[in-house]
Design a protein around this ligand. Structure first.
Ligand code: SF4
Length: 344
């Protein structure tokens, strides 16, 4: 119907008052009245004024064997794109400078509702990660993607990063590099392909920061498989890496696997893993010395570049600055996690 009559903004089922009201609110938002609205138009958020998390879906269709999220939160339920974009726009109008897109599985956005078309600014937009990214890229603020499961279509957002529409930052949890362990984890099982893709991403967007997380000490992980993981780290040269020792969360399928490892082995593997990554991270940050980076200031003397997500990554240190401002910083020195420089 909408194809035949593009001026029709929404089609609902009969007697579907909530859907009609939703469409009215999406296309004709009620003007904000501070005397009657107790909640600000951007909603209530617990982050500082200049950044906000944008939750696009809840739940997950994967069944990674170490994870109990699907059993607690259920299968993926995507929020309609019109609603997500309206929230993003309200946040930007309220002064937010950085939107952090979060979910349990950002790249699966819309799969549950067959990429249903919604509306934003009066035009049709599909409930799909790439279309969401393009639309968010129009808001003129930093947009950072988290929890991106490594599906092939993730490659489509890299050119948006190269064009400056999205922050050149990708948080993709790879979890391991050994094909056998990945299979036991029920994750995509090809480290070779991952390396190829990382190379391709860097060819399109050389400034991309790749963040990932890994699990060491998974049940049955042999010395050789752990070494494979360390070799992968050396090859992949990831920028930001988190590492967890496998912990048998109650209800996780992986607990039934044979070969649970003693705590001290898990611990020792994590230490070795972090040592290798620290060397890589230090070298990568060292290569930034002498260059100038735009930072978003979190507080006097402290900011974050495109490579630094709040609370989980490193930071950029300097003197002065006003919270919530974008400034350029010339980098003078680096350590394994942070950069130090001067405001320009
Ligand atoms: S680890 Fe992530 S992708 Fe896997 S089941 Fe849990 S939430 Fe889903």
């Amino acid at each position: 119907m909408q194809k035949a009559h593009p001026a029709v903004l929404a089609v609902t089922g009969p007697h579907d008052t909530p859907a009609v009201m939703k469409a009215v609110h999406a296309h004709l938002p009620k003007p904000h009245d501070p005397y009657t609205d107790l909640i600000p138009p951007q909603g209530i958020k617990l982050t500082p004024e200049h950044y906000a998390y944008l939750k696009i879906s809840e739940g997950c269709n994967h069944r990674c064997t170490f994870c109990i999220i699907p059993s607690m939160r259920g299968d993926l339920v995507s929020r309609p794109i019109g609603e997500v974009m309206q929230e993003a726009e309200n946040l930007v109008k309220a002064g937010v400078k950085e939107l952090l897109v979060v979910s349990q599985d950002t790249s699966a956005y819309g799969v549950d509702i067959k990429y249903r078309t919604g509306f934003w600014r009066g035009r049709p937009v599909k409930t799909k990660m790439t279309e969401l990214c393009k639309s968010l890229g129009e808001l003129g603020v930093w947009v950072r993607l988290h929890y991106v499961y490594p599906y092939p279509h993730v490659d489509e957002v890299i050119p948006l990063m190269a064009d400056g529409k999205l922050l050149p930052y990708l948080d993709v949890p790879f979890q391991h590099a050994s094909p056998r362990i990945l299979k036991l984890m029920k994750r995509p099982a090809s480290a070779e392909k991952v390396l190829e893709r990382i190379r391709a991403w860097r060819a399109i967007c050389p400034d991309i920061t790749i963040r990932s997380t890994f699990i060491v000490g998974f049940p049955g992980e042999t010395d050789v498989e752990f070494e494979e993981l360390l070799e992968f780290l050396d090859e992949a040269q990831l920028d930001r890496v988190g590492c967890f020792e496998y912990s048998p969360v109650e209800g996780a399928a992986a607990n039934e696997l044979p070969g649970a490892l003693p705590e001290e082995v898990k611990h020792e593997r994590r230490e070795r893993f972090m040592k290798v990554q620290e060397r890589i991270s230090a070298a990568r940050l060292q290569s930034k010395v002498g260059k100038t980076y735009q930072v978003l200031i979190d507080g006097p003397g402290l900011g974050r570049s495109s490579a630094d997500a709040p609370e989980i990554d490193g930071a950029v240190h300097f003197k002065g600055g006003k919270t919530g401002e974008f400034k350029n910083v010339v980098i003078d020195r680096a350590d394994a996690h942070d950069l130090y420089g001067r405001l320009q």
